[in-house]
Design a protein around this ligand. Structure first.
Ligand code: GLY
Length: 261
């Protein structure tokens, strides 16, 4: 099994009723709360089924996007990092994650300056890519590189196409050699040295998938992506995500995953 995708623990946060007002890049309508809750519960069940022990936190009604726990923090077996999300409405989320991270990690490090969302951070076998976006600025990315260096990781800044919300909205690592990426992101050359499976035209919304242990969680409504993952020999678990996709959810951003000793 891919070591980089070997996980036994995860932190999630249940959505509150306010989730229907979550941020979104487009001008779409609000999702129905019960649908978001049921998609989130199915996601949690899929992680548990993949062998992860879950810490599920209570909703934070004052933060509609708080279920996206991988934006205000990042975790590694060595340490957790509390980030500084770029959206003003999400700026306070990290403080609510910190006590849980302190219980579960020996070291919790704060990003000192700038802004960075975990959704812009893609772990690759030889480096940690940090995408610049409307949420992650150069100051935050450079500060994150310095923090990562203290725990033994090499961070590298990546320029991403303007229309991309987060780096991981448009790409996912599938195994040690392969990424799934939109054509526009792959064209920037940031995945040089890796095999790239390009997202079929029209299915860009499905580029965020989550490899966890022996399986890949992917959106159920992207048949050609599912087919490409299957053809690559992956064990694909399609999940309903139509409601959470209305607030730009990704499978990666709804949990913090790591391999605890
Ligand atoms: N709704 C997810 C985000 O924009 O942060």
């Amino acid at each position: 099994m891919s070591q980089i995708h070997s996980f036994n623990r995860a932190i999630l946060r249940k959505p509150g009723a306010s989730v229907v007002k979550g941020l979104r890049a487009g001008a779409g309508g609000d999702p129905v709360f019960a649908d978001v809750a049921s998609e989130h519960a199915a996601y949690a069940a899929a992680l548990a089924d993949a062998g992860l022990s879950l810490t599920v936190l209570d909703p934070l009604e004052e933060y509609p996007d708080a279920l996206f726990v991988e934006d205000p923090a990042l975790v590694f077996p060595e340490a957790a990092i509390v980030l500084r999300p770029g959206a003003p409405s999400r700026a306070g989320e990290g403080a609510f994650l910190r006590p849980t991270l302190e219980q579960l990690f020996e070291q919790v490090i704060d990003l000192p300056v700038g802004h960075a969302d975990g959704g812009d951070v893609l772990m690759l076998p030889d480096k940690v890519l940090i995408g610049l976006s409307a949420r992650t600025d150069r100051e935050g990315a450079e500060a994150l590189i310095a923090v990562l260096a203290t725990i033994g990781y090499r961070g590298v800044i990546a320029e991403t196409p303007r229309e991309v919300l987060h780096l991981k909205t448009a790409s996912s690592l599938l195994d040690e050699e392969t990424v799934l990426s939109t054509r526009a992101l792959a064209a920037t050359g940031i995945f040089a040295g890796l095999r790239v499976i390009e997202v079929p035209d029209g299915e860009e919304g499905g580029a965020n998938v989550l490899r966890v242990n022996d399986r890949v969680l992917a959106g159920a409504h992207y048949p050609r992506i599912l087919e490409a993952l299957d053809a690559h020999g992956l064990n694909v678990m399609p999940l309903e995500n139509a409601a959470i996709a209305m607030i730009d959810a990704g499978f990666t951003c709804m949990s913090l995953r790591w391999s605890a000793p």
